[in-house]
Design a binder for this molecule. Structure first.
Ligand code: TYD
Length: 134
């Protein structure tokens, strides 16, 4: 599977917690884009696409959510429920984010700027591409 869930080092002390995200330390790509999702309504499913070029690092800064990760061959569900968890998703991975808690804030970092043309929003098209590549 083209994803990795790992724990970020927390430099917390008696003042509180601090977690840096830094290229070469705990993220491999140059960050070109950041966006965050919050205020999701109950039953919301976000994502529901794959990306030809964008890699992502997802961190739930607050609350929790689930992420369905699908490479076309295998589907797995990852639960993010702590700000020290980071979920790396490679390009050409189908993702769906759901089960957001009411206070969820999902921060997403990417190696690519936003370009709608590299989003694959049709699951059959995604399957055709990944199965054709193997
Ligand atoms: P959308 O792709 O539906 O978000 P998600 O993958 O979380 O379900 O994007 C919603 C809107 O926000 C859409 O009009 C495009 C815009 N957008 C940007 O401008 N930049 C971005 O980095 C992202 C992810 C979305």
């Amino acid at each position: 599977m083209n994803y990795k869930l790992y724990t970020l080092k927390d430099f917390g002390d008696e003042r509180g917690s601090l977690i840096p995200v830094e290229k070469g330390n705990n993220i491999d790509f140059d960050i070109q884009r950041a966006f965050y999702i919050y205020g999701t309504t109950q039953g919301t499913v976000r994502g529901v696409h794959a990306n030809k070029f964008s890699e992502f690092l997802m961190i739930v800064i607050s609350g929790s959510c689930k992420v369905l990760v699908d490479d076309g061959f295998k589907k797995e569900v990852v639960e993010l429920n702590h700000p020290n968890q980071a979920l790396y998703l490679d390009k050409m991975v189908w993702k769906e984010m759901y089960d957001f808690s009411h206070n969820a804030v999902l921060l997403v970092l990417s190696n690519e700027k936003y370009n709608e043309n590299e989003y694959i929003r049709d699951y059959d098209e995604f399957l055709k591409i990944v199965k054709g590549n193997k």
